[in-house]
Design a protein around this ligand. Structure first.
Ligand code: FAD
Ligand code: FMN
Length: 781
């Protein structure tokens, strides 16, 4: 093959070296616009897996790299002088210059032709004269831009400023310094890369950067200021520069990674924030995969498709972790008040790749310290798993921090809950959750989503729900809350399994909304609610809230999420009113707050009233997480005891970014900025399904409670099972006496695998001397 490679960075050079080894007949040319010595940065970090991959592919490069590696296992976090060391994770790093020298030398030895100080020729020309053109031309790839129509790149320019520096101070570990300065929070990402120096990346929010005056300083004065600010941390050591300048990180993503015979590799294809330290690792892994695919596949087209299929999902997963990490550092200022140990745990678990259980395995002492700090903060005597620390929502005390999230069962007739609801909610309460929420209970017949929704618009419904709350209170130690809602423009639709959000096939009723705008194509066109409609909605909420109190509910939640009536008033995509209920956010908040106030006034003080909100509409012109903070602030100021933070379902146009615990960052933001300072609680929800994730969220202070929905449909006894898995046997997850015989995890079945039964002993000359039978033990009865 004739291969043209634009870019002599780690990705391009490593690919060239691998391809030459696979077949010395390949004719490979690399163009590198810089001189061999001319590169930015200091050290690059690798994980154990990458090192293993390189070892298998090219032992020479691996051994040369390994000789130069600085290796360490600790992460040191220094938060305003409080130091924490967390062990147990393997890292290796080396100087970027050394890595490039090594790869340059290897490529030259293998007969790759590298043109330094030379711009790569135009890609149109290359693709006609070479079999394969590799765009390894870095984050600002010209080739990617040229064929942007096919690659469909997105470039996400982030807000933080950073500068990649070095120091002659050799850190002993991955080193984070987080410092409150007079201008705001600044952080250092440091790690050793040799016995002579460390990488020293300085990062801060652009606002902090401006307040500190960095925008007006040249690089020498900026370095001086950094040195002064971090004088204690540098302990007299120097700061070094190497083409260093202030940058804003750009996350690069591409929909396609190849176009005919042109393929993207490394930073040209993707970037991942340096705080998870994986750009070079990813570029070299791309090179490994591309070389293998070219070697294995019968044609170039199949090879490039196989390469994209293999690498894209892996890279996207890393990018999700990197995104969470970069957003965490962008918002670091909001954790300024966190207790240092919790802050440290928060930092370590920021990308959700490290969890509490991981940390427990790596460093049991640190894990114990975090659990104890949480217990102390919760005023508890005992350090038990965080999910089993009791919690209060307003005046209501819950035995644990697990909530069965509201889930509509669409199984009622005329709004009347029946035996199905008793068994469904009753079994969830028996399953150990601290709080079981009903589905959205509708305040009027026309406020139903579907004909199967339950309601509280008459006394018969109240009495039927009383049966449920009586069961929960008499047979379990859990509490039960009701979620009150009005469907708005999403009403008069089919049961979930017959076509969610689609109008009924017959017997539709008129629906109202803030504006005459449908939720989506083929959805109902609502009538714009007039004064009389609004007054009736308030009256209906109040009447339903009173019935909820006499039905014995412990908590009332106002449903202002998911595009139903109150949510659609909050959202600028659904609310285009020109009166005092539309326009800027304070106006859009007006009606939902009127409803909330009326409900709060109708419910005695001993019963907390909470609100569920959609923290983002997931569309560019909709509410964002910043609006969510203001929405939460308003409800907390009006007396909401907790904010239940969901997202979306406000418009069919939404583009949600699903993933594990994907809504938790919104909860976190609301908790730090609004709820915690005001003493209100925050409930996280959405794709939280393991006890490890629950404990990690709670211990990091991202939420006070977690609501689990679908997980409880899968396993109604989820909380009890989580307790068994964690060997927790306390009050917060006490098994109902009737079930106690089953409170231990059932033994798994015996396997047919024959265990080793022979021990063959050998003498000094390595001859077998004796054959001994291991007595077969009887299984315990
Ligand atoms: C501040 C910072 C810290 C980082 N820290 C780490 C870390 O700790 N660990 C880690 O693994 N990664 C880190 N990275 C990322 C890492 O530097 C890159 O991800 C990695 O270098 C990608 O390799 P690459 O070969 O794809 O691209 P690059 O290394 O960018 O190489 C591309 C090459 O192409 C050349 N080029 C571009 N256009 C042309 C052209 N038209 N003609 C000829 N040549 C051209 C460039 O000169 C360059 O040498 C960091 C990045 C930054 C910015
Ligand atoms: C069948 C079903 C019905 C739901 N009904 C409601 C509801 O009535 N009110 C509400 O606020 N959320 C409702 N939701 C959303 C859940 O409360 C929860 O927010 C969502 O399922 C995400 O959490 P999970 O990933 O743990 O399931 C429903 C979800 C499901 C699966």
């Amino acid at each position: 093959m004739r291969i043209a490679i634009a870019g002599g960075g780690p990705g391009g050079l490593y690919l060239a070296a691998l391809m030459k080894q696979l077949d010395p007949h390949h004719e490979i040319t690399v163009w590198e616009r810089n001189a061999p010595d001319d590169t930015f940065g200091f050290g690059v970090v690798f994980s154990d897996e990458t090192v293993g991959g390189i070892e298998n592919a090219d032992t020479f490069i691996h051994d040369e790299m390994a000789r130069r590696f600085a290796r360490w296992t600790d992460i040191d976090v220094d938060v305003d002088g409080h130091s924490f060391t967390v062990g147990g994770q393997g890292f290796a790093a080396m100087s970027r210059k050394d890595l490039l020298h090594l790869l340059q030398q290897r490529a030259a030895d293998l007969g790759v032709s590298v043109h330094y100080r030379t711009e790569a020729p135009d890609a149109d020309q290359l693709r006609t004269s070479y079999d394969l053109v590799v765009a390894a031309d870095g984050i600002n790839s010209k080739i990617r831009t040229k064929y942007a129509d096919t690659f469909a790149p997105t470039l996400d320019h982030r807000a933080n400023k950073y500068i990649w520096l070095g120091t002659d101070l050799v850190f002993e570990a991955f080193q984070f310094f987080v410092k409150q300065t007079e201008w705001g929070t600044m952080q250092i990402h440091g790690y050793p890369y040799s016995d002579k120096g460390s990488t020293f990346i300085v990062e801060m929010h652009e606002d902090v950067w401006r307040r500190a005056g960095f925008d007006a300083l040249d690089i020498d004065h900026a370095i001086k200021k950094i040195k002064d600010t971090f004088a204690t941390e540098l302990a007299g050591h120097e700061i070094q520069t190497n083409n260093s300048k202030w940058l804003n990180f750009t996350t690069v993503r591409n929909q396609r990674w190849y176009d005919g015979n042109v393929v993207l590799l490394g930073d040209a294809a993707h970037s991942a924030h340096f705080s998870i330290g994986s750009g070079t690792k990813l570029a070299m892994e791309d090179a490994l995969a591309l070389a293998a695919c070219l070697h294995e596949q019968p044609s170039l087209a199949e090879a490039l498709q196989a390469y994209q299929t293999e690498r894209k999902p892996v890279v996207e997963s890393t990018q999700r972790a990197a995104q969470a990490s970069l957003e965490w550092f962008e918002n670091i200022g909001m954790y300024a008040g966190q207790e240092p140990a919790q802050f440290c745990f928060n930092l370590l678990t920021r990308s959700r790749r490290i969890t509490f259980e991981n940390l427990k395995e790596r460093d049991a002492d640190f894990a114990r310290r975090i659990e104890s700090a949480f217990a102390e903060a919760a005023g508890a005597r005992e350090a038990v798993p965080a999910m089993f620390q009791p919690v209060t929502i307003g005046p209501l005390r819950l035995k644990n921090r697990i909530i069965v999230s509201p889930m509509d069962m669409y199984s009622a007739t005329d709004g009347l809950p029946d035996d199905f609801h008793l068994v469904h909610l009753g079994s969830k309460a028996l399953g150990g959750a601290g709080l079981v929420m009903t589905e959205m209970v509708c305040v009027s017949p026309e406020g139903r989503i579907t004909p199967g929704c339950t309601g509280l618009w008459n006394d018969e419904q109240r009495d039927a729900y009383r049966r449920v709350t009586d069961f929960v209170h008499s047979r379990t130690t859990g509490k039960i809350g009701v979620q009150l809602g009005h469907s708005g423009r999403k009403g008069s639709t089919r049961l979930m399994w017959e076509g969610m959000d689609q109008p009924l096939t017959e017997n539709n009723w008129e629906v109202i909304g803030p504006s005459p705008l449908p939720y989506g194509q083929s959805c109902h066109l609502p009538r714009e609610a007039d004064r009389a409609d609004l007054d009736k909605v308030v009256t209906d909420f109040v009447a339903a809230a009173r019935r909820a109190v006499s039905a014995g509910f412990d908590l009332v939640e106002v449903h202002a999420a998911h595009g139903y009536l109150l949510s659609s008033f909050l959202s600028p995509v659904a609310n285009k009113r020109t009166d005092e209920y539309g326009g800027p956010l304070p106006n859009r908040l007006r009606f939902p707050l009127e409803v909330f106030d009326a409900v709060r006034a109708a419910v005695p003080g001993r019963i907390p009233v909470t609100v569920r909100i959609s923290a983002t509409d997931w569309v560019p012109d909709g509410n964002t997480e910043h609006d969510a903070v203001e929405i939460a602030r308003a409800f907390v100021e009006h007396g909401a005891a907790a904010i239940d933070v969901s997202s979306g379902q406000v418009t069919e146009e939404e583009q949600p970014a699903y993933g594990r615990s994907y809504q938790t960052p919104f909860a976190d933001r609301i908790r730090q900025l609004v709820a915690a300072p005001a003493g209100a609680k925050v409930i996280a929800v959405g794709a939280i399904s393991s006890y490890d994730d629950v404990n990690s969220i709670l211990l990091a202070g991202r939420a006070d409670l977690c609501a689990l929905g679908r997980t409880h449909l899968y396993d109604p006894q989820w909380t009890l099972h989580a307790a068994a898995d964690q060997n927790y046997r306390g009050e917060a997850a006490a098994w109902p006496v009737q079930f106690q015989a089953g409170s231990r995890k059932p033994p798994t079945s015996r396997t047919d695998k024959i265990p080793p039964r022979l021990a063959l002993l050998r003498n000094e000359t390595d001859q077998p001397v004796h054959v001994r039978w291991t007595p077969h033990r009887r299984p315990p009865s």
